[in-house]
Design a protein around this ligand. Structure first.
Ligand code: ATP
Ligand code: MG
Length: 418
């Protein structure tokens, strides 16, 4: 037997209702907030990701699915979609538009990580990217959308953590201070962090190893080294969140696993999720469009992990399934009449089904029960001869008769009044 790949999951019909609900709400709210959908490819040139996400990040160092195309060029399955969205933004000259470009996307992402609950190798994200505005209001809008999305679906026990990474110019001075601090505690750090000290010291703050966390507990804060404008931006974002009554916690060590972030960064965690508790994260990336060869363009966005949302979604959020009408037809005349009724019911948008293998009323009723039908339409040769059909309420077992000619319409009325 050929099996699926480790960390790459099937989403089966019984689970898909949660996905559909989450996706529909994401799409609805993104549009409500003025974002428009963009669909970018699942693979791109490797260089796009290396240059945007950063060569010394976990993603680029060890998590990318990179392969050689037939012509020898290096391609990579996207580990995230911001890079692709920015590439498309530049390539299609969206910056020429006089209006801000507010985009959203859905889709699978690929990272070679150790599979566990809430951490997969193919996972799915919903994300937004707002290009063009440096104003703190744009950060606030993106965070408000994220918060509204989680609230609308009733996700419990969320924490919004926020930090500022400053402007690019704020970092060199901070890095020096941080390195001094880290050097004194080098023995306490994991191998990875010792290496990161040389390549990308901010990453050390992001390490999940408990010993590293403890050792960097009192690390100097980047927010104490912000330029006046970065400080002003951050304060404005925090004031805006307060004005909208969106609760947040300052987390001075939130640096995020991608190099392109500047100024505001944030992450939302859900305490019901165990170790992999981040449901969504994002921030500002004012330098990325330029880094990838476009015009200087500020931008801010977020990405939500849909697998983790599915895990955290309360069952109460799920809508009651629509009522199914089952058609039980048998006998020569009954069968063809039944098929016609089914066709008419479906034309009216009524969720309806039958089982072509069942040839007796008994067998049909059994299948109707298994499918959870609300009503069963019974039509055998006798009913056809009388020009009527019997409609059985599967809960009360009450039966009513309708003329065949208008059966579908009568059933629609019955469903709407029930
Ligand atoms: P984490 O700290 O959990 O590894 P991250 O910082 O790598 O997250 P981002 O790249 O910012 O995450 O992606 C945004 C969201 O996508 C995360 O908050 C998470 O919900 C989800 N996510 C990231 N990696 C995975 C994965 N391997 N499997 C499932 N979901 C993921
Ligand atoms: Mg990660």
């Amino acid at each position: 037997m050929i099996r699926g790949i480790k960390g790459v999951k099937d989403i089966l019909p019984d689970e898909v209702g949660r996905w559909q609900l989450i996706e529909a709400e994401a799409r609805r709210l993104a549009e409500v907030y003025g974002f428009r959908e963009i669909r970018v490819p699942v693979f791109e040139t490797t260089e796009l990701f290396a240059r945007s996400i950063g060569a010394s990040t976990d993603i680029v160092e060890k998590e990318m699915y990179t392969f050689q195309d037939r012509d020898g060029s290096s391609l990579t399955l996207r580990p995230e979609a911001t890079a692709g969205a920015v590439r498309a933004y530049i390539e299609h000259n969206l910056s020429a538009s006089p209006t801000a470009q507010k985009l959203y996307y859905f889709g699978p992402m690929f990272r070679h990580e150790r599979p566990q609950a809430g951490r997969l190798r193919q996972f799915h994200q919903f994300g937004v990217e707002a290009f063009g505005c440096t104003e703190p209001a744009a950060d606030i809008e993106v965070i408000a959308l994220l918060w509204r999305f989680f609230s609308a679906l009733g996700l419990p026990d969320l924490t919004l953590e926020i930090n500022s990474l400053g402007e690019a110019g704020d970092r060199p001075a901070y890095k020096t201070v941080l390195l001094e601090f880290l050097k004194k505690r080098e023995e306490a750090l994991c191998q990875n962090c010792r290496r990161r000290m040389a390549t990308n010291p901010l990453r050390v703050l992001d390490c999940k190893v408990p010993e590293c966390r403890a050792a960097t507990e009192g690390a100097p804060k980047l927010t104490d080294h912000l330029s006046a404008s970065a400080r002003g931006h951050f304060d404005a974002v925090l004031a805006g969140l307060k004005a909208l009554a969106i609760p947040f916690m300052l987390n001075p060590r939130l640096v995020r696993g991608l190099d392109y972030y500047t100024l505001t960064t944030f992450e939302v965690t859900c305490s019901h999720l165990g170790a992999q508790n981040a449901v969504g994260a994002g921030g500002r990336y004012d330098g990325l469009v330029e880094t990838l060869g476009g015009p200087k363009t500020p931008a801010v966005g977020f990405a939500v992990g849909l697998e983790r949302m599915v895990l955290a979604l309360p069952s109460a959020a799920l809508p009651t399934p629509s009522k199914l009408v089952y058609v039980a037809s048998f006998g020569l005349q009954g069968l063809s009449t039944g098929h016609r009724i089914l066709y008419d019911l479906r034309a009216l948008g009524i969720q309806s089904d039958t089982d072509y293998r069942a040839s007796t009323l008994r067998a049909h009723l059994k299948q109707a029960d298994r499918l959870g039908a609300a009503l069963t339409v019974i039509v055998g040769d006798d009913e056809v001869a009388k020009g009527l059909t019997i409609v059985r309420d599967m809960t009360s077992k009450e039966q009513v008769e309708f003329p065949l000619a208008s059966a579908a319409k009568s059933i629609l009325t019955l469903l709407n009044t029930a």
